[in-house]
Design a protein around this ligand. Structure first.
Ligand code: GLV
Ligand code: GLV
Length: 311
């Protein structure tokens, strides 16, 4: 007896590097396409790739954009919602990994681990003897900019290291024991390490500007595991070059994968290629959450992680 295979609904795949196993799994139920077309109800995209209004408008039947990232600043969510489509992201599953990386960057930057590694590999230990001294991390004062899931996870991890933890968010949070600062400049002025953990997008663009960097000061450290757009990158490069800021640990940049040339030569800067959530375990969990959202949509079940309207 021959069974007529039911037509597999089309799904537009805009992620540049989807996991092979996720693609294989999706392909058992959906026809994966790479160009917008009528009839496509579901799009899968990455945080960096996103989807803009013009592409959304080439999808007259669009119902769901599943973003494989927690940050959806490259997706025109307002436009999708206005068009009646839902957007999902991948919160929670990546919180621990991003918070781990923030702590790792703080220690790597203070103790200059990558520079020390280069020192050993370059034969300088043998040639020149002891390396230059690093800076203590334990007991420094930490300020967290943005107290969402990731900001909180960083704060809890910082407790055993830090003398004092403070934060800035749009409003004071009553359920945490940390000091609130209503003004980012005041926060920066009162800490040694400022960690950027806000969402990206228009609301936070350039929040870390020259005034914040100058308040952090020549012994201060900036850590960014959020979005490059939150930091005025030209002001950051200038502050580091002029010694007005002590050091930086950066996982994200304004124009990825392009990193300002000046940063590449600085020994007091630790650079990562946007890897906050990039462990095998978390990337698998993110892909599975994307798949679960897509399956829920086609089965008529509630989406697992919809981005609320008005966000
Ligand atoms: C998500 O769907 C992925 O392919 O990684
Ligand atoms: C990564 O940057 C993400 O938003 O998930």
């Amino acid at each position: 007896m021959t069974e007529t295979p039911s037509a597999k609904p089309p799904v537009l795949m805009l992620m540049r590097n989807p996991s092979p196993w996720a693609l294989d799994d999706l392909a058992t139920r959906y026809t994966l396409l790479s160009e917008p077309a009528p009839g496509i109800e579901v799009v899968i995209t990455g945080g960096t790739e996103g989807i803009d209004a013009a592409t959304i408008d080439r999808l007259p039947d669009l119902k769901l954009i599943a973003v494989c990232a927690v940050g959806y600043d490259q997706t025109d969510v307002a436009h999708a919602h206005a068009r009646g489509a839902e957007v999902t992201n991948t919160p929670d599953v990546l919180t621990d990994d991003v918070a781990d990386l923030a702590i790792g960057l703080m220690i790597a930057t203070a103790r200059r681990i990558p520079a020390m590694d280069r020192y050993v590999r370059g034969g300088r230990w043998v040639r020149d003897g002891a390396a230059p001294l690093a800076t203590r991390f334990s007991g420094r004062r930490i300020g967290i900019l943005g107290l969402g899931r990731i900001g909180r996870a960083i704060a809890w991890r910082a407790v055993p290291f830090a003398l004092e933890i403070a934060y800035h968010a749009r409003s004071e949070r009553r359920d945490v024991p940390w000091r609130y600062e209503a003004d980012p400049v005041a926060l920066a002025a009162s800490v040694d390490v400022l960690v950027v953990a806000t969402a990206g997008g228009a609301g936070t663009a350039g929040l870390v500007d020259r005034a914040v960097l100058d308040a952090l000061g020549p012994d201060g450290m900036l850590i960014n595991i959020a979005r490059g757009s939150v930091v005025d990158e030209a002001a950051l490069v200038a502050a580091l070059a002029e010694g007005r800021l002590g050091s930086a640990g950066l996982d994200v940049f304004a124009d990825e994968p392009n990193v300002p040339q000046a940063l590449l030569a600085m020994e007091n800067v630790v650079l990562m290629p946007h890897m906050g959530s990039a462990t095998r375990q978390t990337r698998a969990a993110m892909a599975q959450l994307v798949i679960d959202n897509v399956d829920a949509f086609f089965a008529g079940r509630p989406l697992l992680t919809p981005v609320p309207r008005g966000n």
